[in-house]
Write a protein that binds this ligand. Structure first.
Ligand code: NDP
Length: 370
């Protein structure tokens, strides 16, 4: 897992969003020292694994979001996190008792960072406890799960957000701004290539019951999601082909490599690759009648690198998860509208496309999306 994602960070902010952002986001990778006295989102992280640890570290630099609690199945980790992050005992839960969050006024939101197959039930339980929920990608295993999660959060009157950190990344937002501004002209083509060579054959990512699939659920989802925000349309058809070179490591239902194509209402098309069997594969390319954008790396932890027909993208790097949590706090606490949606409906759109990709792999036919 780490191999693909172990480039670290520097970022920048787009001209479009600059006027909307607090001053710390212009230059420093950390929040400035200006005192902040507004509301703070108090977050409990569920699942103290690799990514949960990264989010917790990044949140230290946030002003509007704070790690306030944990939900974990590993008591030793809870102790370690308590002392490292000054978390009181009353804000510590396990997977059996976290429904008791409903009686805890000191937690506003739960961030679910567990294996994919657990997201559905955990998000619904957190919502029923009256807490806003941030859920890691993929939001669920399929569109049916996604719909139930969206409905449960609506019923509980809480917000559901998906951990799409790239939706706040400055170079990405600059390309989206340029596309919206017409700088690329009519969009014709998007290419998204996302993958890494996965290690340990015993990890949950290679277990269908916990991962819900293979590379597509984990890394190919960045190309699915990226195709939508780079082209700026929702696809209307999908074709896909699966290739497997190692059926022992990649068992039935765990995809190793998938090629997929998406067609958009304007006639734009997209050609994408998702794989667990190639390194150095983290590239987006957008082509229009008047210009292009290319990004490589395009979705790793950064710094993201890219250029367009107008030159190099120079926006500064800020730790993705710091920026994400700061912006998500504004969405939840102040009703701020992000440039690219991060709500449950957004997660659901990706799950519908993922369902269609798997269906096309099995049938060999084009699948229409309604
Ligand atoms: P890890 O395996 O590192 O951590 C998952 C944690 O979930 C475990 O440490 C454990 O925490 C908890 N857990 C609960 N039940 C189980 C179980 N049955 N098997 C294994 N772990 C369990 O995974 P990651 O942190 O890498 O991934 C977690 C989620 O985050 C995934 O959905 C993944 O797609 C997403 N992710 C997102 C990234 C992004 O850039 N947005 C990057 C990496 C991951 P505990 O011991 O505390 O219970």
């Amino acid at each position: 897992m780490r191999t693909r994602r172990e480039f670290l960070q520097k970022i920048t902010y787009s001209a479009m969003v600059l006027p909307l952002l607090p001053s710390w986001q212009f230059g420093s990778p950390h929040i400035d020292s200006e005192p902040y006295e507004g509301p703070v989102l108090r977050v409990a992280i569920m699942g103290l694994g690799g990514y949960g640890t990264r989010v917790a570290e990044a949140m230290k630099a946030c002003k509007k979001a704070k790690l306030a609690g944990v939900v974990s199945g590993t008591p030793a980790k809870v102790k370690e996190w308590q002392s490292k992050h000054q978390i009181p005992e009353k804000n510590c839960y396990n997977y059996e008792n976290f429904d008791d969050l409903k009686d805890n006024p000191d937690i506003d939101a739960v961030y679910v960072i567990t294996p994919n197959a657990l997201h559905h039930d955990q998000v619904i339980r957190a919502a029923k406890a009256g807490k806003h929920v941030i859920c890691e990608k993929p939001m669920g295993l399929n569109a049916k799960e996604g719909e139930e999660m969206v409905q449960a959060c609506k019923d509980a009157n809480v917000k559901l957000l998906v951990g799409y950190r790239m939706h706040f990344e400055p170079k990405t937002l600059e390309v989206v701004r340029m596309r919206q501004n017409g700088d690329f002209g009519k969009i014709l083509f998007f290419q998204g290539q996302c993958g890494f060579r996965i290690g340990d054959p015993n990890q949950w990512r290679l277990d269908k019951t916990l991962a819900g699939g293979g590379s597509l659920m984990d890394i190919g989802i960045y190309a699915v999601n990226g195709a939508r925000y780079m082209v700026g349309e929702e696809p209307i058809w999908v074709t896909a082909q699966e290739m497997k070179t190692d059926p022992v490591k990649f068992k039935e239902g765990v995809d190793e490599t998938i090629l997929f194509q998406l067609g958009f209402p304007s006639g734009a098309v997209s050609s994408c690759l998702s794989t667990y069997n190639m390194n150095h594969l983290d590239r987006f390319f957008l082509n229009g009648e008047k210009g292009f954008a290319e990004m490589q790396p395009s979705t790793g932890y950064g710094p993201i690198e890219g250029r367009t027909h107008k030159g190099k993208l120079t926006q500064q790097h800020i730790t993705h998860q710091t920026l994400q949590m700061e912006e998500m706090a504004s969405i939840i606490l102040e009703g701020k509208e992000p440039v690219i949606a991060v709500d449950g409906e957004e997660g659901l759109r990706d799950l519908k496309i993922i369902d269609a990709i798997y269906k096309s792999c099995h049938t060999g036919e084009s699948v229409k999306l309604v």
